[in-house]
Design a protein around this ligand. Sequence first.
Ligand code: PLP
Length: 460
Amino acid sequence: MVSDVPRLPALWDPAQRAFMDRHAATIHELASGFDAPLHLLFPERFARNVAAFQRTLAERRVTGRIYYAKKANKARCFARAAAETGIGIDVASAGEFGEALMAGVRGADIGVSGPEKASDLLRLAVHHDALVAVDSVDELDRLVAVGRQCGRVARVLLRMEPAAQRSSRFGLNPASFDSALALCASNRSTLSLEGLSFHLSGYGAQARCDQAGVAVRACMSARALDLAPGTIDIGGGFAMSYAAACDWAAFQTNHRPDDYHANKTFDGFYPYHSACTGAQMLDAILTGIPDGDSKPLADSLREHGLQLMLEPGRALLDQAGFTVFTVQGVKDRGDYGIATVNGTSFSVSEQWFASEFLPDPELLTAPNEPSEPPRMRAPYRACVGGASCLDSDMVTWRKVAFAQRPEAGDLLLYPNTAGYQMDSNESPFHELPLPPKLVVTLDGARPRWRVDRLSTLSGA
Ligand SMILES: *Cc1c(COP(=O)(O)O)cnc(C)c1O
């Protein structure tokens, strides 16, 4: 029954693959010691992802600043890695702002985005010299008031409504943009216009290149008003691959509703493979020619003395973490089973976008006691249910093809979950503990782990 079922083998970081092969006993010990699902984090990998983006900027001779979009993961270790690698952080709340400062990021390296930001957050930003991406004329008015109260100059980016995504609720439309420029021009003692920003949905390089072209031209109009914007912020949305091209293509052609528990269907999935990801996608944006221009974006930026700012979230977390659930038991349902784990689908956020996190989880079987009979190794399909009383709480609706039947005490390792999957929707529903985050270092003679922050444990 398992031979031609759709699979989506995950890409694993080789060092993490070796860690789970050689140190399965340690992972089992941690899972039972914490008695909860676990998120294992690898900040060294984050630093390597940062370096790849920086190399691209250097190769294309573009002055650039990377701001890690903090909402993609709440862990402290990544904010600290951002501070250590000297990049900035993009935040959207006072809580995230505080976390960034605590991690050692200077206020001047913090970018603040989000719509109609609370005045408290604006005040925090102005006091700490952070860069505020302003989303509306009303907000800009409030920022002028805050700047006056604080007796300080507010550093401003104007966020543009994407020319090709007019239904977005973010950004200033062309008319509001002109009013905002006029406000900047008439409030020079409280507002310093440092540049223009945008953040697009989707993962297209050319769309970002085109919008950057629009932003470069808008900078020129601002300069005509004797303002001095020097930055184009192209936001985030750098694609990431979770699976190989051929596997993702095969999966999409093969899977059918009856490959999912309850014949569940989904409107769409994250593109689990993209031909152009991360730093490579940045390169495509820089070497692309914006619509209506005649030269690559990188050339225009250099010519006009503009620096590029980018806000990757997910792409900096590529291969920077995975999630461990413990199987509590398995129910046979005829031609497949339901494995129930010790957590909920609130910890695999894709479910909350009415979608599913598709890369195959890895089964790490419990160590076999010498007194026990060896386990049968026959292929077995199972979906994965959460430990709650909700029918809809499925960690994986798909009937995953395992090499053998999972059993109580086995572990399911969900790959590459650091970007958005871990905590954006986590909930202590049913008083179940929130998964602790453990930072794992693999650069020494043996792996070492430490707790990222204890406050995520329920009741702590
Ligand atoms: C969420 C967000 C990002 C990060 O997006 P990714 O897809 O994780 O790269 C960057 N900028 C803004 C304004 C955002 O809202």
